[in-house]
Design a binder for this molecule. Structure first.
Ligand code: SF4
Length: 328
């Protein structure tokens, strides 16, 4: 079967098998670095808040995933002084096909980083902060201790700030690494599955799908009060039923919050965009995910793990309280 016909056939089969049977409008398959559809366009970052956020991050020698990952929401988020700090340096030991963060041998861990993160949270006036990191396969604990130090510094300096961490998978690291982070009690523990298991060898070759899933499961097992969160990119060639299966896997690990957003190719060296998923298709995914029992679902072309994270944390808390009150 010709590849275009085969794709249409697979889509038809997938739609027919879905609980939401209505056909979804699909944008044309992207070729090379095709023009992005209108729903992806974002404004250039030019505000005063943007400049102030950048200046503060530079003065504290902090990296942000907003810049390193070339996030399309940076204009909006930094105008509101919402930045996601990337600890453990700006150099990653892995080379995922979707990620813009540079790969190489990272520098030594900065002992001042935890206090600098706490200062940034205070100066930005953050009610909710998201902390992520590069992968540090070179460190015996994968960088877990630095996460703990950052959480402790934030609790000391800005005790009312709620803390969300987005960690690597700590693959091949001692279980105690993750246990130490959980014991430090972040409010939200996020680890992104990123894509469907079939695409791991090409998109996330240094990771293992089931290892990532087990990480999420173990966080909940060690402390069921911590909210868990995970994210998926769309447009990498995944099929709808594969995405539904990942949702089921996440729910079996008791993940509370699912985020889904469109993958954008950061440079021509990175994985190609196979498809621009339409806003309507995102809405359909969100409906399915809610039916599967997530406390909260954020799914749109520009959704990213930390996009509107503070507002979503409040919604997630309210959803849990409502669920407990209803005895579910
Ligand atoms: S969505 Fe997250 S990574 Fe992107 S700019 Fe906003 S805070 Fe930064």
């Amino acid at each position: 079967m010709a590849s275009g016909r085969r794709t249409r056939y697979l889509r038809a089969m997938t739609d027919a098998a879905s609980p939401i049977a209505s056909p979804l409008p699909l944008a044309p398959k992207a070729e090379g670095r095709q023009r992005k559809p209108d729903w992806i366009r974002v404004k250039a970052p030019t505000s005063v808040g943007f400049s102030e956020t950048r200046k503060l991050m530079r003065s504290l020698n902090l990296a942000t995933v907003c810049e390193e990952a070339a996030c399309p929401n940076i204009g909006e988020c930094w105008t509101k002084k919402h930045a996601t700090v990337m600890i453990l340096g700006d150099t990653c030991t892995r080379a995922c096909a979707f990620c813009n963060v540079k790969t190489g041998m990272p520098r030594a861990v900065d002992p001042l980083e935890p206090e600098h993160v706490a200062t940034a949270a205070a100066e930005l006036g953050l009610e909710h902060i998201v902390i992520t990191s590069v992968d540090r396969d070179d460190l015996p604990d994968g960088g877990a201790k630095q996460f703990v130090r950052v959480i402790e510094a934030l609790r000391r300096n800005t005790p009312s700030t709620t803390i969300e961490i987005l960690t690597p998978d700590f693959r091949n690291k001692p279980e105690a690494s993750v246990e130490a982070i959980v014991a430090a009690r972040p409010d939200v523990y996020n680890h992104n599955l990123e894509t469907v298991p079939r695409l791991y060898p090409t998109i996330r070759p240094g990771a293992r799908y089931y290892a990532s899933l087990r990480l999420l499961e173990s966080v909940k097992r060690h402390d069921p009060t911590i909210f868990t969160k995970s994210g998926l990119m769309t447009g990498l060639g995944e099929q709808r039923l594969e995405v539904h299966q990942v949702m089921d896997d996440m729910r079996s690990a008791d993940v509370d919050f699912l985020t889904m957003g469109q993958y954008l190719q950061p440079t021509p060296r990175h994985a190609k965009v196979e498809e621009f998923v339409t806003p309507q298709a995102f809405a359909a995914y969100a409906a399915i995910a809610r039916a599967k029992g997530f406390l909260l679902v954020a799914a749109s072309p520009l959704t990213r793990s930390s996009y509107h994270a503070g507002d979503d944390f409040a919604k997630m808390k309210a959803a849990r309280e409502a669920k407990l009150a209803a005895g579910r």
